[in-house]
Design a protein around this ligand. Structure first.
Ligand code: NDP
Length: 333
């Protein structure tokens, strides 16, 4: 089997030589075990954001969709598809009865539910962790009401494009920020955003004055940093902020000092709440079912940026942090 290990601590932006490809022999499959062959890998921003220093010399973390190629477990047969956090490795021996670890930041592996003919790779995107992040993180924390104005950033990414569409399903007006003119056009023309802007070239405050003249009610924050201070200063009475991510600071060793927004938070009695999607692990399949239904009803579009080849996982991860993806970044083994 092949696996990618973290060769050294990231210094700023991750680079290809921060990772090393190694090969190892797997032992024969024993009773109660299944041999999995990876089909699709996910690269996600958290792989940069978390402190991975304990992983140096160890395999990179991450989820994948894998096919059972040999089974000595009664519940699994060859060809079954499994979604799990097996990391950046091509083959895995999975002990299916092993109790879930104490690490509640991961979802126990599960067999792919019926996707009604949709691609299994979606289990890493719209029908998996990012999809549930959008579904629960937006609806449970922002509690959007019809007619309200919603702002989302990293809007052309996996989570952002999905949050914007749920906002539309709920009858809101949605404004997105993304990092290129092409993404902005795509959000407005294909995905149905009411307004979208390239945060690299516009004055964000002016953009909001133009597209949200009556203020912002819900802010789904994927980016953090200065952009968030600007958006929060434009929020209405009893506005809600779902703090999902802070990708603008993941590569910084020294985190920037926060710009004060407290006055606004107090004056307008805002509610700001962070979350980890695993809070809803008991409702995981509910999110997937709802997202399948919205796709089937034509209300929810998805997009994947697919990189081919196991050897290109690090580059796909670097490209994700550079904003080269539209929708979910996936690697096909
Ligand atoms: P995306 O598909 O959105 O990819 C990341 C995107 O972030 C890039 O495409 C890029 O797009 C944008 N980006 C990169 N650097 C910056 C920057 N400095 N400023 C603004 N935008 C930047 O990834 P996901 O949808 O998987 O994740 C989106 C966010 O959600 C991340 O912050 C992630 O950590 C968070 N998250 C949180 C979870 C939770 O449980 N709390 C679970 C899952 C995700 P662009 O071209 O627009 O710059």
């Amino acid at each position: 089997t092949k696996k990618w290990i973290l060769a050294k601590k990231f210094d700023g932006k991750p680079k290809n030589d921060d990772f090393k490809l190694v090969e190892e022999e797997l032992p024969p499959v024993k009773d109660g075990e299944v041999l999995l062959e990876a089909l699709y890998f996910s690269v996600d921003p958290y792989m940069r954001g978390h402190d991975l220093s304990g992983l140096i010399g160890h395999q990179m973390i991450g989820s994948q969709v894998a096919k059972v190629s040999e089974s000595k477990h009664k519940d699994y047969k060859s060809g079954d598809l499994v979604v799990g956090y097996f990391g950046w490795r091509s083959h895995t021996i999975y002990q299916a009865d092993k109790p879930a670890g104490t690490d509640d930041t991961k979802i126990k592996p599960y067999k792919l539910p019926d996707f009604h003919g949709l691609s299994p790779s979606l289990a890493l995107g719209v029908l998996g962790m990012p999809g549930n992040t959008s579904y629960f993180g937006f609806l449970e924390l922002c509690k959007p009401k019809a007619g309200e104005t919603v702002v989302v950033n990293a809007a052309a990414g996996a989570v952002g494009m999905h949050v914007g569409q749920i906002a539309k399903i709920k009858g809101c007006r949605v404004i997105g920020f993304a990092g290129s003119d092409d993404k902005v056009e795509w959000l407005k023309k294909e995905i149905g955003f009411d307004a979208a802007y390239n945060y690299k070239t516009v004055d964000i405050d002016k953009a909001l004055a133009e597209s949200a003249p009556n203020g912002v009610d819900c802010y789904f924050d994927n980016v953090g940093g200065e952009m968030s201070s600007t958006v929060i200063r434009r929020m209405n009475l009893f506005g809600r902020v779902s703090v999902c991510g802070s990708i603008s600071t993941y590569n910084d060793d020294v985190k920037p000092k926060a710009t004060l927004v407290q006055e606004k938070v107090i004056g307008n009695q805002l509610k700001i709440e962070g979350f980890m999607v695993y809070r809803w692990q008991d409702r995981w399949q509910e999110g997937i079912k709802q997202n399948i239904q919205w796709i089937k009803e034509g209300k929810l579009k998805y997009q994947e940026t697919i990189t081919n080849g196991f050897e290109n996982i690090p580059q796909a991860f670097i490209d994700l942090l550079d904003g080269k993806n539209i929708g979910k970044a996936i690697i096909k083994a």
